[in-house]
Design a protein. Structure first.
Length: 278
């Protein structure tokens, strides 16, 4: 009877090939790790670039020894280092001593830097606008307040109406002066309202803001309750309270009967009541 010899050891020489699922899982895991590593590297690089840009901006708005002639070139190099939207967001974040770079540009009177930096911000965020208003109060800087149009959003209906009418921005000039009695804090404000009567007749009321003596003041005109209009002034948010002693004059456009001279209308407000922010 013939017998067949067999070598059982031969069956252990070759292992079974790995399944397709095992190969795919291994490659997929390596690919994910590679993507995560690349993403982490790019994020780290981007954060480093942002930190460098913020450092240069910090220097521009705060360094007392900065050469003014180099401000423009530094800002341009900073803007070129980041995408436009990212640079705009960086300027509007409170990342320098809990305030924005624009805040410090106003407080430290860096007008050249302020004018260049705002060119990269198409529209201020609400938080940035609030920070800039604080800066203008801190520095008592009415000119920057008007330049940045920080009062436009205070009365959005009037802003929209002026746009429809083709009415330019009102001319509001503030003059402050020193007196022997420092407690008086005198200032003078000159208003020129564009299309005043037309705006008041259409909207029945409007308000404007100005900055003086470390406060944001509000002048309000209203004729919603009667056929006659009245005006009042008050303080805007975050302003410190005060006892006002004011004289208001409204320039006449024609003389009174039996008079050849133009006499302004005068209104007096004594220190009998305390103004508080609303």
């Amino acid at each position: 009877m013939a017998t067949m010899a067999s070598d059982n050891s031969a069956s252990t020489v070759f292992d079974a090939p790995p399944s397709y699922d095992a190969i795919y899982t291994s490659v997929s895991t390596d690919s994910t790790r590679c993507k995560r590593s690349a993403s982490s590297f790019l994020q780290s690089k981007q954060k480093h670039r942002q930190a460098l840009v913020l450092s240069r901006i910090h220097e521009i708005v705060s360094s007392p020894d900065l050469n003014v002639s180099s401000v423009l070139s530094i800002i341009k190099s900073c803007a070129a280092a980041l995408p436009t939207a990212e640079f705009s967001n960086l300027l509007q974040k409170r990342n320098i001593e809990s305030h924005t770079a624009l805040y410090w540009a106003i407080v430290n009177h860096r007008r050249e830097a302020l004018l260049e930096l705002v060119k990269f911000i198409p529209k201020f965020s609400r938080a940035c606008s609030a920070d800039l208003r604080l800066a203008c109060m801190t520095a008592s800087d009415h000119n920057s307040f008007m330049l940045l149009k920080l009062g436009d959003n205070f009365d959005p209906k009037d802003k929209s109406l002026r746009r429809i009418l083709g009415c330019p921005q009102d001319d509001i000039q503030v003059y402050e002066w020193d007196t022997a009695d420092r407690s008086k804090n005198h200032f003078y404000v000159h208003f020129v309202f564009r299309m005043f009567q037309k705006r008041l007749r259409i909207a029945r009321k409007f308000e404007v803001e100005f900055v003086a003596q470390g406060r944001i003041w509000v002048l309000r005109f209203d004729m919603t309750l009667t056929e006659y209009w009245f005006f009042e002034f008050r303080l805007s948010k975050d302003s410190s309270s005060v006892y006002p002693d004011a004289i208001s004059e409204i320039e006449a456009h024609k003389p009174l009967p039996s008079s050849d001279t133009l006499q302004p209308l005068c209104f007096y407000s004594g220190e009998t009541h305390k103004l508080v922010p609303k």
